[in-house]
Design a protein around this ligand. Structure first.
Ligand SMILES: NC(=O)c1ccc[n+]([C@@H]2O[C@H](COP(=O)([O-])OP(=O)(O)OC[C@H]3O[C@@H](n4cnc5c(N)ncnc54)[C@H](OP(=O)(O)O)[C@@H]3O)[C@@H](O)[C@H]2O)c1
Length: 318
């Protein structure tokens, strides 16, 4: 990535013990000072964050004052929703608290991870909530950049997918032959770092993020190649899903994401976008552990991946 004068910022990363904790490592590696927020500063995850050089600070999304105290004097805050833990109502409450704390602490930038598809009249309650949080940020006049990721590649490891994976199938939220745009968490973190370092360029903008597009049939072939174990794509049945997921997956099927991936890649090459095969290669052991299928059955996954149908089809830049 290019050298930028904005390095050396102090950034409050919320959700630092969760899936986006990789942003902490990335920002530290790029020369920033990171305050890593958690409700459990004495926990094991906090100890890991200290080991990589973060300053661990207490903060609870339920308590606006604690977020403002953690943010005071920082140049930027990174935050995203909590719907998986707190439901849509919790995400709304937490998001509004983050926006109000950012205003109160007078930070120069809030990078907020929302979602592609968020809108006022969405049939998906979670998307309406994400839109409401964005509106609150704007209404308070908080200097901000909104990042709107599509379906995350890491969703493969979400609880509702595990029974299908363990049964030797590749679970799909939509029909198995239909294309689905996806994004790796690493790319979301890389883009957040870019927004922090190129503050003026991204100020006030909302950027939808996607890195690859492929069907579950193609994704299953890629994962099969990575692990050298055959996985057949199977659409999740609605009986296997909570009502919230049913609505979300119906939206993915009927409307879906339509991000201009080629434009993003050409405009922001620094992000190092992951194609699904790149991501699968980086997750081989986790896929084995999570699915219960064990370590890859081959030692030559690199070769197997490079000869996968998906890889061949999409070898040229999109
Ligand atoms: N686009 C997509 O496909 C997609 C898919 C999944 C998730 N997402 C988004 O990614 C985000 C995070 O994913 P996740 O829900 O799976 O969570 P997660 O990252 O696995 O873990 C939750 C994180 O949130 C923090 N947190 C939870 N409640 C908190 C509170 N009251 N105060 C302060 N921190 C709190 C936790 O910190 P402590 O416990 O240390 O305090 C932890 O770091 C969500 O916004 C979700 O909508 C997007």
């Amino acid at each position: 990535m290019r050298t930028d004068p904005a390095r050396g910022s102090t950034v409050l990363v919320t959700g630092a013990t969760g899936r986006l904790g990789l942003l902490v490592d990335l920002l530290i590696a790029r020369g920033h000072t990171v305050r890593a927020m958690t409700r459990a500063p004495n926990g094991r995850d906090a100890a890991r964050l200290r080991r990589v050089g973060a300053h661990v600070v207490y903060g609870d999304f339920e308590d606006r004052d604690s977020i403002a105290a953690a943010a005071r004097g920082a140049d930027a805050i990174f935050a995203t929703g909590t719907a998986h833990r707190a439901g849509p109502e919790g995400e709304l409450r937490h998001g509004r608290n983050v926006a109000e704390a950012a205003a109160r602490a007078d930070v120069r930038l809030l990078v907020y991870g929302s979602g592609d598809g968020a809108s006022e009249d969405s049939p998906v309650p979670l998307f309406r909530v994400k839109h409401q949080v964005e509106e609150r940020i704007r209404a308070l006049g908080v200097p901000h950049t909104v990042l709107a990721p599509v379906y995350l590649m890491e969703n493969l490891f979400n609880p509702w997918n595990l029974p299908a994976l363990r049964a030797g199938t590749f679970p799909s939220p939509i029909p198995v032959e239909a294309p689905l745009q996806q994004l790796a968490l690493a790319d979301l973190a890389a883009f957040a770092a870019l927004a922090i370092e190129r503050r003026e360029e991204f100020m006030g903008r909302r950027v939808s993020l996607a890195a690859d597009e492929l069907s579950a049939e193609q994704a299953a072939a890629v994962i099969s190649s990575a692990t050298c174990r055959p996985l057949r794509a199977r659409r999740l049945r609605s009986a296997e899903l909570s009502p919230g997921l049913r609505t979300l997956f119906a939206w993915l099927t009927d409307v879906g994401h339509h991000v201009d991936i080629a434009a993003l890649r050409s405009r922001y090459p620094d992000v190092g976008w992951h194609r699904y095969a790149d991501w699968a290669r980086s997750q081989r052991s986790r896929i084995g552990d999570t699915s219960g299928i064990g370590p890859p059955a081959c030692d030559t996954a690199q070769d197997a991946l490079s000869s996968s149908p998906h890889r061949k089809k999409r070898a040229a830049p999109i």
